[in-house]
Design a protein around this ligand. Structure first.
Ligand SMILES: [Zn+2]
Length: 262
């Protein structure tokens, strides 16, 4: 299947990462795009990428296309400079530098989601901090990046390396960074973890909005509790955690968008 992925990489696996591992990452990338659409995290905009398991200085991402429609053949390979390894004339996302600069700054990151997930955006333009009710990965913090601070008047898009670098710096060692008036970027050690966190970032924003409507002080998740909840989250645990959620979200996404072409 990976062989059919037009522009998605050579067949060589000599730099590390087995063929099976590469195929699994491509499958997760395609399905992750559809899950993010099905869950209302992305619409026609937004994107998901994966670090290339064969070469950590590269990453994999769809050609510019609505995430709900992404197929295996859409996946392209990009260098750490954010440019396609092979320019084949297909359209590419203008905000790919969010991904390239995060992969450059964070060797621990295996997957990146950029979205304008609707309930999160209000937290990027108000004084209300996005704090954790259920999302343990919000610790140490959820920083806010503002393009005005580094580039003055822009269209708010992270469309060059300089803005991507500044965004990655603001993200620091955290898992989520907000983009003022725009959206957010969420990272994880794998594609599945990044998708899981992006879905639960939107879910936590909804819970927080509802808690605010009830009024009074909010009893947030404590950092000590969050640390315990996060223990072992990146280990595969069949039937639990991300594994259980992925199976469900995948079946829902297939019901809505159909099975991706092999
Ligand atoms: Zn955007």
């Amino acid at each position: 299947m990976a062989k059919k992925a037009k522009g998605a990489a050579s067949k060589s696996t000599s730099k590390g990462g087995s063929k099976a591992e590469f195929k699994a990452v491509i499958d997760d990338l395609v399905m992750g795009n559809r899950i993010l659409y099905d869950q209302g995290v992305v619409d026609g905009y937004g994107h998901l990428s994966a670090r290339d398991p064969r070469n950590p200085a590269r990453f994999l991402m769809s050609r510019a296309r609505a995430p709900g429609l992404v197929e295996v053949a859409d996946i392209m390979e990009f260098g750490i400079d954010g440019e396609p390894v092979r320019h084949d004339g297909r359209p590419i996302y203008s905000e790919r530098f969010i991904h390239s600069e995060i992969y450059k700054a964070r060797p621990d990151v295996g997957g990146v989601v950029h979205s304008h997930s609707p309930t999160v955006v209000p937290f990027t333009v108000t004084q209300v901090p996005l704090k954790p009710i259920r999302a343990a990965f919000f610790y140490p913090e959820v920083p806010l990046f503002d393009t005005r601070d580094v580039a003055g008047w822009t269209n708010l898009l992270i469309s060059n390396q300089e803005l991507g670098r500044a965004l990655a710096e603001k993200l620091g060692k955290n898992s989520v960074v907000l983009l003022r008036g725009h959206g957010n970027a969420v990272v994880g050690p794998s594609v599945r973890m990044a998708v899981y966190r992006a879905v639960y970032t939107e879910a936590n924003a909804k819970l927080l909005l509802q808690a605010k409507m009830l009024g009074g002080p909010i009893n947030y998740l404590a950092p000590e509790e969050a640390a315990i909840m996060e223990q072992g989250q990146d280990r595969p645990r069949p039937g639990h955690g991300t594994d259980r959620i992925w199976e469900l979200l995948k079946s829902e996404a297939i019901a809505r968008t159909g099975r991706p072409k092999r």
